[in-house]
Design a protein around this ligand. Structure first.
Ligand code: FE2
Length: 332
């Protein structure tokens, strides 16, 4: 029997959305949960272009009932897509993470009570991944869903409800500011130290890296305040769709810890404040348009980072959701 005979069928799940005739997320269920890993990897390799195209069209794909149990299984599944890895080590991510394999790491070490609000991965930095894979090694006892949200739909709705703000986002763009601690702080969703984030051991090295990236900075007694260069608030996709590609919701709502105050986290590119009412509308649209991935052990989600935002609900018990990021091929 040819290897590509591994059967995966499209199924419907509760709460699934439909936008302009396309479901969100697309859910593919493996019909043979006893299939070998090798068969699964061959199936991925044979269908990878189609799967990547579907992730772009739908925003996300949930793979269910595939025979994956460990970080190594997940690594093999992702590797079968033959896409360029985006290593955490080189990224400017704010989150504290722990590598499990060279391309697989814990999604965020922040405690269960911390909500991670909707965002496009690393859209608050000049370097971001094009896609993300998540893998549920162990679902939480309660809660712990990964909300995902179609950013093109949110942008359409925001333009209708707040046209002046939407125009400002397009023309004035955004800047982000936050304080990195002097040491990793796993109690915070944004606790990655400046040494780790900037791959620096001394202040001089940190400043050299910041200069290269176009950031401005200020040394504080408890860390380093950095402000990004002006970054776009929206992104045009190759098919003409526009997405709300930024970290506005997460920054305005959640960039909060012992060092950070969300009200200082984000401004327009010229430093002027955002319209608070319009920010609230964006936050509410994010809530309204979220689909919560109801994790089951072994699930994989492929999220197109340019189309869909993601976050993390609070939870109880032990939750092990791993992640692997794909670099943006269009700039590599
Ligand atoms: Fe994230």
């Amino acid at each position: 029997m040819p290897h590509t005979e591994l059967a995966a069928e499209t199924i419907c799940i509760t709460g699934q959305q439909t936008h302009g005739g396309s479901v969100f997320p697309l859910v593919l269920q493996c019909r043979d949960s006893a299939a070998s890993l090798e068969t699964v990897r061959e199936w991925v390799a044979a269908n990878r272009e189609d799967l990547v195209a579907k992730a772009k069209r739908h925003g996300a794909i949930l793979f269910r009932n595939f025979p994956l149990a460990t970080a190594e299984d997940f690594d093999g599944f992702v590797a079968a897509f033959a896409l360029p890895n985006f290593p955490y080590y080189e990224s400017l991510s704010n989150a504290v993470r722990v590598n499990r394999t060279p391309r697989v790491f814990t999604a965020n070490e922040a405690p269960p009570s911390v909500t991670i609000y909707l965002h496009h991965e690393m859209a608050q930095t000049p370097i971001y991944p094009s896609k993300l894979f998540f893998f549920c090694e162990q679902p939480a006892e309660t809660g712990g869903a990964t909300p995902i949200c179609r950013s093109d739909i949110l942008w359409e709705r925001l333009k209708e409800q707040c046209p002046a703000f939407a125009r400002d986002c397009e023309t004035r763009e955004l800047r982000y500011s936050h304080v990195m601690p002097g040491e990793n702080d796993a109690a915070s969703g944004m606790g990655r130290s400046w040494q780790s984030t900037l791959r620096a051991t001394t202040r001089d090295e940190a400043e050299t890296r910041l200069r290269e990236l176009g950031y401005s900075w200020e040394w504080l007694s408890d860390g380093l305040r950095v402000t990004t260069p002006v970054l776009p608030a929206v992104r045009k996709l190759p098919d003409g769709r526009m997405t709300f590609f930024n970290q506005l919701i997460a920054a305005a709502r959640g960039w909060k810890d012992s060092r950070n105050d969300p009200s200082k986290a984000i401004t327009f590119g010229d430093g002027s404040p955002l319209d608070r009412d319009a920010v609230l509308v964006a936050v509410e649209l994010g809530d309204e348009l979220s689909f919560d991935i109801p994790w089951q052990r072994g699930d994989v989600a492929l999220v197109d980072n340019f189309v869909a935002m993601h976050g993390r609900r609070t939870f109880t018990g032990t939750r092990k959701v791993l992640a692997s990021l794909i670099a943006d091929e269009s700039v590599s």
